[in-house]
Ligand binder design. Structure first.
Ligand code: VGL
Ligand code: ZN
Length: 220
């Protein structure tokens, strides 16, 4: 079945496709590089008139870095502002090569780049809202308003990592009222063992999972 939607009221959201999340990077996602050819093809296809990107963009002293927590190791968990926080290896430090939008992709096609995680006290997985801050709220990035003003009602999401920033972006897109589709083959997880649970979870939240080949079928 072809997914029915109107490209004119749709946007492609490219989440955190940055060298630090690819093999060789500081927070490498296994097979993260495998998404690049398909993402490039989609960006170049002309299928999505509106494309936006998110960019993880942390100060060197970011609270999510294990290096800021004496005695902690990467991937330990702690509590931050009353919520569980994974402690990550230092990654996507502002201005570092690993934080760039990946040089193999045609970023000139992207209309807006939402930088997130710039507040050293708060993590920010989703392109739509920060994680919880010191005041207990999740501050918006402005992406939902940007998309609404562009008369977008449907978003297609790809990028890294499937089980972290892609997941949070998709769940927030549903919460913000967008018809939300996740291009499963154009994502990869930090922890691929959780993928089958993640599929169920996302579907239960109202995210539609599809393959990029479903889009090609639609455009033929
Ligand atoms: C991400 C962990 C920490 C991601 C960002 O882009 O999925 N994961 N920061
Ligand atoms: Zn991060």
């Amino acid at each position: 079945m072809k997914p029915e939607f109107d490209p004119a009221s749709s946007a492609l959201i490219l989440v955190d496709i940055q060298p630090d999340f690819l093999p060789g990077g500081r927070l490498a996602v296994t097979e993260g590089d495998a998404i690049l050819p398909g993402v490039r093809e989609l960006m170049d296809s002309g299928f999505f008139p509106l494309q936006v990107a998110t960019q993880d963009w942390h100060p060197a002293d970011h609270a999510s870095f294990a290096s800021r927590h004496p005695g902690a190791d990467p991937f330990d968990t702690t509590e931050l502002h009353g919520h569980e926080q994974v402690l990550w290896p230092d990654h996507c430090v502002q201005g570092s090569p690993g934080a760039e939008l990946h040089p193999a992709l045609p970023w000139e096609r992207v209309a807006a780049v939402i930088r997130k995680g710039s507040d050293s006290r708060v993590d920010s997985y989703s392109g739509f809202r920060n994680n919880w801050g010191p005041d207990g709220t999740r501050a918006p990035t402005g992406l939902a308003g940007y998309l609404r003003e562009r008369e977008v009602d449907t978003v297609f999401i790809c990028g890294l990592a499937r089980d972290v920033c892609v997941r949070w972006t998709a769940e927030d897109a549903v919460d913000a009222g967008f018809d939300t589709r996740l291009l499963w083959d154009l994502t990869r997880s930090v922890d691929a063992e959780g993928d089958s649970d993640l599929r169920d979870h996302l579907k239960g939240d109202g995210v539609r999972l599809l393959r990029s080949s479903d889009l090609r079928a639609h455009s033929d």
